[in-house]
Write a protein that binds this ligand. Structure first.
Ligand code: AOS
Ligand code: ZN
Ligand code: ZN
Ligand code: ZN
Length: 409
C-alpha cells in the first residue's frame, strides 16, 4: 500500500521534493518550543540533589544556556521564567532580564508565579482558608502579570499546587470559590495581549485532593475567569492510561488549549526528557495539533517542563528539543487527506498503518538536511559535545557548584 508517508528519509526524487518532505520542512520551519529556566539549574528529588559542575545558578547563566540551545537547534526563541527564582526583585528585576534578552537574542517566555514555596502556603495559596494568605497569593499573581507586561511576554502560567492530604481536613467546595475569585481578579489585570494558562495535576505535592486536579476543572476555571484564560496540558499530569491526545483534541475543539508542558514519565510526574519513555505519545499529541484547524491551534504554546538530574542539563535540553523536532516531523508525514478517507471508510488497518508508518519512518536524515539548509548544525548534540560552550561553562561554574548537594531545596 502506498500510504503516502514512507518517503520521509529521502528528501528528493530526481530533484523533486515529495509532498511529505514539503510538509516536514514547513513543519520544522514553524516549530518553536520554549525551554524552562529551571531546566538548567541543579534540581533533585525529595531525597537529595546531585550537583552538576555546569549547572546554571543565575538568571544570566540560564539565559546563556537557553540561547545556546537555540543556536544549536533553531527552535527555541523564548525561555520560561520563574518569578521567585529568576526575578527575586519582582518588577525590579525586569531591567536585568531585558538586558539579557538583548545580549542573547532570545526573549522571555511564559511567566511562572510561585504559589508553592513560601511557608505561608503550607495549607494552600489561592485556596488557603486564611484570607491574608490568599491576598498575598493574589498580590504575587498580579505582580507576575505586571512583570509579563513589562517584558512583553504573552503567557502567565498558573500551576496551583494547592490541595489537601487527608479526607475531611479541607472543604473542597469552599476552596473552589476562593480560587475562582482570585483567578477572576488575576484575569482582570491581564493586558490585551496577555493570557493566563491554567495547569492541572491530580497529585503531588498534595496526595488526597488537588484543587485543580484535571482538565475539566481547569477548563471550567479558565472559562469563568474570562476569555484570555486557557488550559495548560502538562504531559506528566495524568493518571496512567489517560488518553492525553483525546484531551488535546477536545481542548482544541473548544478553542481552550493554551499550551503544553512537555516531558515524559513512566510512573507519575517524573519530568523525564521528552520521548524517552513513550515517543509514540508525543507523536499522537503532535498529530492532533497538525490535523486540527489552523484557528484552533493558533497561539498554542509548546513549552518544555523538565528537571532531569542525571543527564547533563545542556545535553538533556538539546536532546529534548531534537526529539520534539523529530516527533513533529514524523507527525507532519501523516497524509491527513488519505487518513481522513480511510477513516471515513472504516478501513481500520489501512488507517492505522497510514498513521503508524509515519511514526516508524526514520526522519533523522530529512531533519538533518533541513538543519543544514537552515545554517544550523547537522547534529546538535554532537555540536554541543564538540563545541566550546559546554567546556567553558563547566570551567566557569565548577567551583560554585561544588559540594552543598545533599540538602533538598
Ligand atoms: C509542577 O508539577 C508543574 O509541572 C509546574 O508547571 C512546574 O514544574 C513549575 O511551575 C515550575 O515551577
Ligand atoms: Zn508543568
Ligand atoms: Zn509537573
Ligand atoms: Zn512534570
Amino acid at each position: 500500500m502506498d500510504d503516502g508517508s514512507g518517503e520521509g528519509a529521502m528528501s528528493t526524487n530526481n530533484g523533486v521534493r515529495s509532498a511529505g518532505t514539503e510538509r516536514v520542512w514547513a513543519a520544522l520551519d514553524s516549530f518553536k518550543i520554549e525551554v524552562p529556566s529551571w531546566g538548567f539549574a541543579n534540581t533533585g528529588t525529595r531525597f537529595g540533589k546531585f550537583m552538576q559542575p555546569a549547572a546554571a545558578s543565575t538568571i544570566a547563566q540560564k539565559f546563556a544556556d537557553a540561547a545556546e540551545v537555540n543556536r544549536l537547534t533553531g527552535a527555541v526563541p523564548t525561555v520560561a521564567l520563574h518569578v521567585l527564582w529568576d526575578l527575586p526583585k519582582g518588577l525590579g528585576s525586569v531591567d536585568e532580564i531585558k538586558g539579557l534578552e538583548a545580549k542573547h537574542g532570545i526573549k522571555s517566555g511564559s511567566i511562572n508565579p510561585n504559589l508553592f514555596q513560601e511557608q505561608e502556603y503550607k495549607y494552600g495559596s489561592i485556596c488557603n482558608p486564611n484570607p491574608e494568605v490568599r491576598a498575598k497569593a493574589l498580590a504575587h499573581l498580579i505582580e507576575s502579570v505586571e512583570i509579563g507586561k513589562a517584558l512583553g511576554s504573552k503567557d502567565v502560567s498558573m500551576w496551583v499546587s494547592d490541595g489537601s492530604n487527608y479526607p475531611g481536613t479541607q472543604s473542597m467546595r469552599r476552596r473552589v470559590e476562593w480560587m475562582e475569585e482570585i483567578l477572576g481578579k488575576t484575569h482582570a489585570a491581564l493586558g490585551d495581549e496577555q493570557r493566563m494558562l491554567v495547569e492541572y495535576k491530580p497529585f503531588e505535592p498534595a496526595f488526597y485532593h488537588t484543587d485543580i486536579a484535571d482538565w475539566g476543572m481547569a477548563l471550567e476555571l479558565a472559562r469563568r475567569a474570562g476569555p484570555k484564560a486557557k488550559v495548560l496540558v502538562d504531559t506528566g499530569h495524568h493518571y496512567q492510561g489517560t488518553n492525553i491526545e483525546q484531551i488535546v483534541a477536545w481542548l482544541l475543539h473548544l478553542n481552550a488549549l493554551g499550551g503544553f508542558h512537555f516531558n515524559d514519565r513512566k510512573y507519575a510526574d517524573d519530568d523525564l526528557t521528552l520521548g524517552s519513555i513513550d515517543p509514540y505519545q508525543v507523536f499522537r499529541i503532535f498529530h492532533e495539533m497538525l490535523s486540527a484547524k489552523k484557528d484552533e491551534t493558533a497561539g498554542v504554546a509548546f513549552m518544555i517542563d523538565q528537571s532531569h538530574n542525571m543527564k547533563g542539563k545542556m545535553e538533556a535540553m538539546v536532546q529534548t528539543v531534537v526529539a520534539a523536532q523529530e516527533m513533529y516531523a514524523k507527525a507532519a508525514l501523516v497524509d491527513q487527506e488519505m487518513l481522513a478517507g480511510l477513516q471515513d471508510e472504516c478501513r481500520l488497518v489501512e488507517a492505522e498503518e497510514c498513521f503508524r508508518s509515519a511514526f516508524w519512518t526514520d526522519v533523522r536524515p530529512l531533519v538533518r538536511e533541513w538543519r543544514t539548509a537552515r545554517g544550523l548544525p547537522a547534529d546538535p548534540l554532537d555540536s554541543l559535545r564538540t563545541g566550546r560552550y559546554l567546556e567553558s561553562i563547566t570551567r566557569e561554574r565548577e567551583a560554585a557548584n561544588a559540594g552543598a548537594g545533599s540538602s533538598y531545596a
